[in-house]
Design a protein around this ligand. Structure first.
Ligand SMILES: *Cc1c(COP(=O)(O)O)cnc(C)c1O
Length: 424
């Protein structure tokens, strides 16, 4: 499918029906698959033959959507997971066990931070959090003999910081380690991290990829470019006794990472996506390119309007020339960043609350990145237990409003913002 452009691949990649077969990716709502010979099943179990035998490991609906996402990112394979959280967990656990260490950008999603800082730390994995603006020397200083990978977000949620992917990849590779990038906010439409040196990409497909707020899901994509044979990753070059001695690098070549994530961790953890959710995700993916274009142009209009309005204290959107991340955004996401912006209203916490309650089209929800414009005031919702001082420490100001700009008509979104500002 690589001969087509990415917007065509959004629609067609991953599934080519045969004669008389369903035109649309069908929902295969079956846990199990029938075989005529026990021997075939044995070969499937030993990973000697490709095929479906149990939906925890593989399912035809999931398979089609995995192939589509792999094509969009330009990878050799993908694995759907039950959530973005499961994708983050499995992507690291696949190459890092107790006693291991990860160098991680501090500009990451709060849920990922909790997973790493608390749960995976309690599992015996250590994380060193580095500033996303670290220099090469500062990044190098974070590595330890037991470091297994580097983790960052293309465009961070919610701070909207653009990571210098080439620098992070260069430093990771100098240590013989892979770079894992969470590409949820940019999506492959706006950034393909493999082109800048990333080795593994993960997604919360719950956000733009689905785009309609109907399913929670995740994905892991393997670039197929990292050399697991460099002496640091015996899990790929030595036999896995739990699979009759399979050696992932030998059996799966440059798709060893994603094969192990499925065969080892999906088998053991069981965080697979459901066929129904994969079907819904696929519907979202079909229009991803169109939607991202509109999300970005709408968000730029809203950010530009807010920036010139006296009642607004500050605006943070990497698509604005005034943003300190504008140049990095132009380099990594020249066609647009995402639909999420954050801004502050003069008058602090109270003014922010009044503004939000006055919105009529935009609704107050916790979700981001779907086609309906929505807002969240972290200080009075997700972070309401914190004092103004604690909020500042957490990088959240009392007046901060996060707006996920949808794909409605931009005039209607702007009119709604204008009438709400007039109420403040
Ligand atoms: C939402 C999100 C996640 C977690 O995904 P879930 O699907 O909610 O589990 C991970 N990373 C980023 C950047 C996110 O926005």
């Amino acid at each position: 499918m690589s001969q087509y452009h990415i917007d065509t691949n959004c629609i067609h990649a991953g599934y080519t029906p045969g004669d008389g077969e369903p035109r649309v990716v069908p929902i295969v709502q079956s846990t199990t698959y029938k075989y005529d010979h026990a021997e075939t099943l044995g070969k499937l179990f030993d990973l000697e033959q490709d095929g479906f035998f149990y939906t925890r490991l593989a399912n035809p609906t999931l398979d089609a959507v995995e192939k589509k996402i792999a094509a969009l990112e330009g990878g050799v394979g993908a694995l759907l997971t039950s959530s973005g959280q499961a994708a983050s967990l499995i992507s690291v656990l696949n190459i890092c066990r107790a006693g291991g260490h990860v160098v991680c950008s501090s500009a990451i999603y709060g849920g990922t931070f909790n997973l790493f800082y608390k749960t995976m730390h309690e599992m015996g994995i250590d994380f060193t959090f580095v500033s996303p603006e670290s220099t090469e020397e500062e990044l190098n200083a974070a590595f330890q003999p037991n470091t297994r990978c580097v983790f960052a977000e293309t465009l961070s949620n919610p701070a909207l910081i653009v990571t210098d992917l080439e620098l992070f990849a260069k430093v990771a590779h100098a240590h013989g380690l892979p770079l894992i990038v969470d590409n949820t906010f940019a999506t492959p439409i706006n950034c393909r991290p493999f082109e800048f040196g990333a080795d593994i990409v993960i997604h919360s497909t719950t956000k733009y990829m689905d785009g309609h707020a109907v399913q929670v899901g995740g994905a892991i994509v393997d670039s197929g470019k990292f050399d697991w044979n460099n002496g640091k990753f015996p899990e790929f070059t030595e036999p896995d006794e739990s699979y009759h001695g399979v050696v992932y690098c030998k059996q799966f070549g440059n798709a060893a990472y994603i094969a192990k994530a499925r065969a080892h961790l999906m088998r053991d953890l069981g965080a697979q996506a459901s066929p129904q959710n994969a079907f819904l995700l696929n519907l979202g993916l079909e229009t991803l390119a169109l939607r991202m274009e509109r999300h970005c142009s709408n968000a730029l209009k809203v950010a530009s309007f807010l920036e010139q309005d006296d009642r607004i204290a500050w605006v943070n959107y990497p698509g604005l020339k005034s943003s300190k991340y504008y140049d990095l955004a132009q380099k990594y996401m020249p066609n647009g960043t995402c639909g999420v912006i954050s801004f502050g209203i003069k008058g602090g916490r109270e003014a922010a609350a009044k503004f939000m309650e006055s919105l009529k089209l935009a609704s107050i929800v916790v979700h981001v990145a779907d086609l309906r414009t929505c807002v969240l005031h972290p200080a009075s919702t997700t972070h309401r237990q914190l004092t103004d001082e604690q909020l500042v420490e957490g990088g959240i100001s009392a007046d901060m409003i996060r707006m996920s700009v949808g794909i409605e008509n931009p005039e209607d979104i702007l009119d709604d913002i204008k009438q709400a500002l007039a109420q403040v």
